[in-house]
Design a binder for this molecule. Structure first.
Ligand SMILES: [Zn+2]
Length: 440
């Protein structure tokens, strides 16, 4: 049930990219922002909840535009594709949604979901069956038989985990339409994928296939996003009608031109790479990749800065849902990286997770900024986030999360689950037991 809430004397960051306003009040009623400014002008009822935000930042709830809510902090593709059933995935997702919400994320976009359960999860949240942030979702990712980033694990045809394999223009059109029928808010395709023995990722879709997906989706009023981790894929996807490019790794000048000309948004999703580069060794991630990932960030960042200066829409996505990006811990790290490597101001960085995030949710008119009449998704942080953006990832500073006009309970233990039979991949051994090792 929405509450009536009066937040007083806070520093307001409206999410539009405008300068913060200090000592301001914000009034929430019936799930909407009822007033901003001087509280004496509001007709607040006597039983409203009053929150003193002196010394605190009041801003829109974060929107994470690239998050995999059904992956349960997965540790490998093997686990993700072959050890997860749909019912348990849905049940575990309901717990993970609470972690996401409790970290200040009040809206997110999930490109592709295990067994295509995304629309059911979204509808359950909307109907109040389960608690969670506002959600927009794809069904499954469209992959060619090359197998996206999971290569040989992906079958030559059919469906597995979060993947739907498409092998011709006709199949692209058929599955785009089916996913929209099943409730997709977005269609996602894996434009690039890896082949063993070949460096980097290759374009694994033909131009005609990309065009077919975009046209079929556009006819039914649904946008397309694409995973693009080489220069060619960025250019082709931008030219053929993709609205949102994920990663845009190694974008070149031609790709940049296509992105700007076609008004395509970019979600760089540096967080996963940065976590691997900076902290991977702490959790036993594949060693030796640190420099490669740092290099990818630096090289890509230069081009994304150019694109930003040319006016493209930059959105923030954390790729949460993997062991290196667990739910509830890293949703705002992308903003830190935007400040650090793109040279954005803190207020500019925040806009990528507020106003621009509302664009990926297709809710720009209702969400993402603090304005009278907009939906009341608001967070309060102890301190001035415009002087130190890292505060946004520090949950000890997050004093309030207001979702749909009511306060989220931040007390109580952090939700965690114990071991689930068959859920995790067990390794027989971390190393090979040679005769020499046994007796060394
Ligand atoms: Zn992703």
């Amino acid at each position: 049930m929405p509450e009536e809430i009066l937040i007083t004397n806070g520093m307001l960051v409206d999410g539009n990219g405008t300068a913060p306003v200090s000592e301001t009040s914000l009034w929430v009623r019936d799930g909407e922002i009822a007033g901003i400014g001087n509280k004496d002008n509001f007709k607040v009822s006597p039983d409203a909840v009053v929150i003193d935000a002196t010394g605190k930042t009041v801003m829109p709830g974060l929107i994470d535009s690239h998050l995999h809510s059904t992956f349960d902090d997965v540790q490998s593709n093997d686990e993700l594709f072959f050890h997860r059933d749909s019912v348990m995935s849905a049940l575990v997702t309901t717990q993970n949604l609470v972690k996401i919400l409790r970290s200040g994320v009040t809206g997110f976009v999930d490109p592709d979901t295990a067994h295509g359960i995304g629309p059911a999860i979204r509808n359950a949240i909307e109907a109040g069956v389960i608690q969670g942030p506002r959600m927009k979702t794809g069904v499954q990712a469209l992959l060619t038989a090359v197998g996206g980033t999971a290569g040989h694990l992906i079958p030559d045809k059919g469906t597995v985990g979060y993947a739907q394999i498409v092998n011709s223009v006709d199949e692209v059109i058929m599955w785009t339409r089916r996913h929209i029928k099943y409730g997709a808010d977005w269609i996602k395709l894996h434009a690039t994928g890896s082949l063993s023995g070949r460096p980097g990722e290759l374009m694994v879709w033909s131009r005609e296939e990309v065009r077919a997906a975009c046209n079929a989706a556009k006819d039914l009023g649904v946008p397309v996003m694409a995973h693009c981790r080489n220069p060619e894929s960025v250019k082709i996807c931008a030219e053929e009608g993709v609205s949102l490019i994920l990663h845009a790794s190694f974008m070149d000048d031609e790709g940049l031109e296509a992105v700007v000309e076609n008004d395509v948004a970019i979600c760089p999703t540096f967080t996963f790479l940065a976590n691997l580069a900076d902290f991977g060794s702490k959790v036993g991630a594949s060693p030796g990749m640190e420099d490669i990932f740092r290099g990818e960030i630096e090289q890509t960042a230069k081009m994304i800065r150019k694109a930003y200066d040319a006016g493209i829409r930059l959105v923030s996505g954390s790729e949460s849902g993997f062991a290196l990006t667990p739910y509830g811990h890293w949703h705002a790290r992308e903003l830190e990286i935007f400040v650090e490597v793109l040279g954005l101001s803190e207020v500019e960085a925040i806009t990528t997770a507020t106003k621009n995030g509302a664009w990926t949710m297709r809710m720009e008119d209702h969400l993402g900024t603090l304005e009278e009449g907009k939906l009341a998704d608001v967070i309060i942080i102890d301190g001035d986030v415009t002087s130190d953006i890292t505060m946004l990832n520090d949950k000890s500073r997050l004093t309030e999360v207001i979702s749909r006009g009511s306060r989220v309970d931040l007390s109580g233990p952090w939700p965690e689950h114990g071991s689930i039979p068959g859920w995790k991949v067990g390794n027989w051994a971390a190393e090979i037991l040679t005769w020499g090792k046994a007796y060394e």
